[in-house]
Design a protein around this ligand. Structure first.
Ligand code: ADE
Length: 377
């Protein structure tokens, strides 16, 4: 069925005003970024956090972030390490770097406020079409239809939209549909009502069609298979990486940690136990020794294993082997890292680490006492 069928479209437009918006008024969750009047800064922070992360996960992060950085000026003035520490565990760290950059633009060009103009919002670092539309509509009432994964699912089901949702032609159709269905006097509420319907009723699996205010108009339901939409390509099996990391102890029993490049690759700007991917032909000790030579110019003796941490990222799974090590030759250089520090285990909390590296920290803290070089070498 095509979303451009005029009768269905007209019926949907009416139903947005008569059914969806009243349903939303009754069922909207009381979320911390929904306090009226809306603070555009809070809308911005929440929308960026929510882009790749679930509402339940975001709530405590949002609250801590807003307490520490209550305005764009506070965010702009904060050191990046502090911002990353408040983002630690949320993933997609480029989002945090761009927020920080955008806060500086706001202070420099807009008196520390978000501009009430979608064209200017769209120019800020980190604001793509979704976030621009969400902020423009929710914070400022501009008639912009936001399209995220939840909204795409709801609209694809209502219209039984054929076509792979990951293709830009399908997305263009959905954007056009969302634009057409936007209630011009209530753009923010329309966008959030779709999100709410996707989160509470029109869920990816086992949608609660009996509770849906638009059930009678839903083509996917009429076809008896709401879960068949949106159409997606088959999921490929995720690649698996085997990675070695060194817990390097010096004679004072401090541990060497390194900072990843802030503007390069994934987990950018985070701190880690230095190491890298094992090659097929290498032993784990050989991998760790080579990585530390390449990354920091160090010659190591690699000792016993502390732990193997398993973690699933969005695009691969990882098996992180942490071994104790000591330096035989050299001082830490920044050949392929941004910074380094020698710290004791009680100082780890001052640095932002990835979830996998937290697995190493936890294993270290589970030892009967903090590790000492002479225990292992
Ligand atoms: N997901 C993205 N933005 C949201 C919002 N404003 N409310 C609930 N879920 C969301």
């Amino acid at each position: 069925m095509s979303p451009t069928q005029p009768d269905h479209l007209a019926a949907l437009r009416l139903a947005v005003r008569r059914r969806l918006l009243p349903w939303f008024a009754r069922h909207a969750r009381d979320l911390p970024w929904r306090q009226e009047p809306r603070d555009p800064y809070a809308v911005w922070i929440s929308e960026i956090m929510l882009q790749q992360t679930r509402v339940d996960t975001v709530i405590p992060y949002f609250q801590r972030f807003m307490k520490r950085f209550p305005t764009p000026a506070h965010l702009a003035a904060a050191p990046m390490r502090d911002v990353l520490k408040h983002w630690e565990g949320l993933g997609y760290y480029a989002r945090a770097h761009r927020l920080h950059q955008a806060a500086q633009v706001l202070v420099r060009d807009y008196q520390g406020r978000l501009p009430d103009d979608p064209a200017l919002l769209a120019k800020l670092p980190g604001l793509g079409p979704y976030a621009t539309a969400a902020i423009a509509s929710l914070a400022f009432g501009h008639p912009r239809a936001a399209l995220d994964g939840n909204i795409m699912r709801v609209l694809a089901r209502l219209t039984a939209l054929p076509g792979d949702i990951t293709r830009s032609a399908t997305r263009r159709k959905l954007q056009h549909l969302a634009d057409t269905l936007l209630a011009p006097k209530h753009p923010g509420a329309t966008n959030e009502a779709w999100m709410e319907l996707g989160a509470l009723v029109c869920t990816p699996r086992n949608p609660r069609c009996s509770a849906c205010p638009l059930a009678r108009l839903c083509k996917a339901r009429a076809a008896g298979r709401p879960e068949a939409f949106p159409q997606k390509p088959k999921k490929k099996k995720l690649p698996h990486k085997v990675v070695g990391a060194a817990v390097i102890l010096n004679r004072s029993n401090q541990i060497l940690i390194a900072q990843r490049h802030p503007d390069k690759g994934m987990l950018n700007g985070l701190w880690e136990f230095p190491g890298g991917k094992r090659r097929d032909t290498e032993t784990m000790a050989g991998c760790i020794a080579r990585e530390l030579r390449e990354e920091m110019g160090l010659t190591l003796e690699v000792g016993p294993r502390l732990v193997i941490v398993h973690h699933a990222y969005s695009h691969f799974t990882i098996e992180l082997h942490a071994h104790f090590a000591r330096i035989l030759k050299g001082r830490p250089l920044h050949l392929d890292c941004a910074d380094h520090a020698w710290v004791t285990p009680d100082q780890f909390d001052a640095y932002p680490f990835s979830k996998a590296d937290h697995g190493i920290i936890n294993a270290m803290r589970a030892l009967p006492r903090p590790p000492r070089q002479r225990d292992y070498f």
